[in-house]
Design a protein around this ligand. Structure first.
Ligand SMILES: Nc1ncnc2c1ncn2[C@@H]1O[C@H](COP(=O)(O)OP(=O)(O)OP(=O)(O)O)[C@@H](O)[C@H]1O
Ligand SMILES: [Mg+2]
Length: 448
């Protein structure tokens, strides 16, 4: 069989392994075969995520099979990602475990790193996450490990770096994948609305509560809840969230009946929460509860090697959605993309390619087809910052960005921008190159 088979008794004593397992685990073939499974497999770097004893007990209790993805450090010091399937069987009253192991390192590489291999294999979710820069390779490993565990995960990174994609992947690769995945943007709602959104309410709990409402926590039962922009939640809600994590129960607004919930929390933020803790804006105890496992998405400017790969991927995607047959970017256009600092990260790159698709004439995207702020950035003779470049461009339109990237815009201009996009906030935010939340806040402040 083209996979490794190892049979152990319940003391992990190895009773049998096939040639494949022998070669895989002991490639130089010089050492004598190990006697216990723990001598062999559990050189994993993240052992705490895969506890053999627990796994065995679980199987005996439930009689079920058990699957794990785990890293194995082999004798030759190479590290491989392995898919382990463990089966319990009983023979003459004795319990044995049969482990089948397949090396999936290469598959994981293909689908996560190369846009040319879509549709291959079953890790479909990962095919959406493009990148092979070393900085993100570690992240793929972290995603796989996080998916395998039940712990809460915190994803950090600037806007547009792919935090939501990571949250999707964690859910999709986890055992909860067939249960709900519920997303909540904590910044888009006022404190009271957010509370009733998360916890639900009973009829009459407050003015306007005409009927009972099930909250997102309850909806996510058995699955995963994604709390986006977690840094924005109010101190009062932070306390309540902490209680949910500790007690695994919720109470609807206006009711004190505790309801049990079982969910995994994946949170994301583009803020520096440690700074917010120092300023007493975020509770430290809550932070540690959420940050059991953390994944940081690097900004695009720190993983420039991925720019060509990502551009290719987006070209392919827009070809499919628009029916065009663009081959790629001209040399000069590619060079431009490499030198631009991408403050809006991958989202901005995606928008730039989409923009170019509207203008492109031939089979290659030229520099002229790229959005003006990118062209301006390149044209400026003295080293200039993006914000200066785009401020220059927008001078006459009354839209400016401060050095910190904050948008300065008058109420009329904002209104005009919204009107131009039929009050579609996503498109307006993209047009102004700010996040939807930032736009939402601006609109709120200006009473729009
Ligand atoms: N590695 C990637 N490969 C392909 N597409 C990506 C990648 N990372 C991000 N994207 C795309 O970029 C866009 C932004 O990603 P996403 O929404 O996950 O970012 P985010 O970090 O949540 O941003 P924000 O903080 O603004 O909410 C999405 O359209 C996503 O599909
Ligand atoms: Mg997001």
């Amino acid at each position: 069989m083209p996979c490794g088979i190892v049979i152990v008794d319940k003391h992990l004593q190895i009773q049998y392994f096939n040639d494949f397992a022998g070669r895989f685990l002991n490639p130089d073939g010089e050492q004598s075969p190990p006697e216990k499974l723990s001598d062999l497999v559990f050189n994993t770097t993240d052992m705490h995520l895969f506890d053999m004893d627990d796994c065995m007990k679980n199987m005996i209790a439930s009689g079920k099979r058990n699957f794990h993805k785990t890293l194995i450090l082999k004798n030759d010091k190479t590290e491989r990602l392995v898919y382990l399937s463990a089966n319990l069987f009983v023979q003459e009253g004795r319990e044995f475990f049969l482990f089948a192991l397949s090396d999936i390192s290469d598959e994981m590489d293909c689908v996560t790193h190369s846009p040319g291999t879509f549709g291959r294999g079953e890790y479909l979710i990962s095919r959406k996450i493009i990148g092979r820069d070393e900085k993100v390779r570690d992240n793929y490993r972290m995603i796989a490990l996080a998916a395998d565990s039940e712990v809460n995960v915190m994803i950090t990174g600037e806007s547009g770096t792919g935090k939501e994609l990571v949250a999707d992947a964690i859910h999709e690769l986890s055992e909860r994948k067939d249960r709900p995945f519920v997303k909540v943007n904590c910044a888009a709602l006022s404190e009271t609305l957010l509370e009733s959104e998360l916890f639900g309410h009973v009829k009459g709990a407050f003015t306007g509560a005409y009927k009972d409402k099930t909250g997102k926590f309850e909806q996510a039962d058995g699955g995963t809840i994604f709390l986006d922009e977690i840094g924005e939640i109010s101190p009062a809600l932070q306390v309540k969230l902490l209680r949910v994590i500790q007690e695994k129960t919720i109470e609807k607004v206006g009711d004190n009946q505790p309801i049990r919930v079982n969910m995994r929390i994946v949170a994301a933020t583009n803020q520096n929460l440690r700074e917010r803790i120092k300023k007493n804006l975020f509770r430290e105890d809550l932070f540690y509860r959420l940050n059991v496992f953390s994944i940081h998405m690097p900004p695009l400017r720190d993983r420039k090697l991925d720019i060509p790969l990502l551009s290719e991927y987006f070209v392919e995607r827009f070809n499919r959605s628009t029916g065009k047959t663009v081959k790629g970017l001209s040399r000069q256009a590619s060079q431009t993309l490499m030198e631009y600092p991408w403050p809006g990260n991958i989202r901005e790159l995606q928008n730039a390619i989409e923009h170019a698709f509207v203008l492109v004439q031939g089979s290659l995207i030229e520099t002229e087809d790229l959005p003006s702020e990118i062209r301006y950035f390149m044209k400026a003779e003295s080293p200039t910052t993006l914000t200066e470049a785009s401020a220059k461009e927008n001078e006459n339109s009354g839209i400016q960005k401060t050095r910190g990237g904050q948008l300065r815009i008058s109420r009329e201009k904002l209104r005009a921008a919204l009107e131009k996009h039929d009050w579609n906030q996503t498109r307006t935010a993209e047009y102004l190159d700010i996040s939807r939340v930032a736009l939402w806040k601006k609109m709120k402040k200006m009473g729009l």
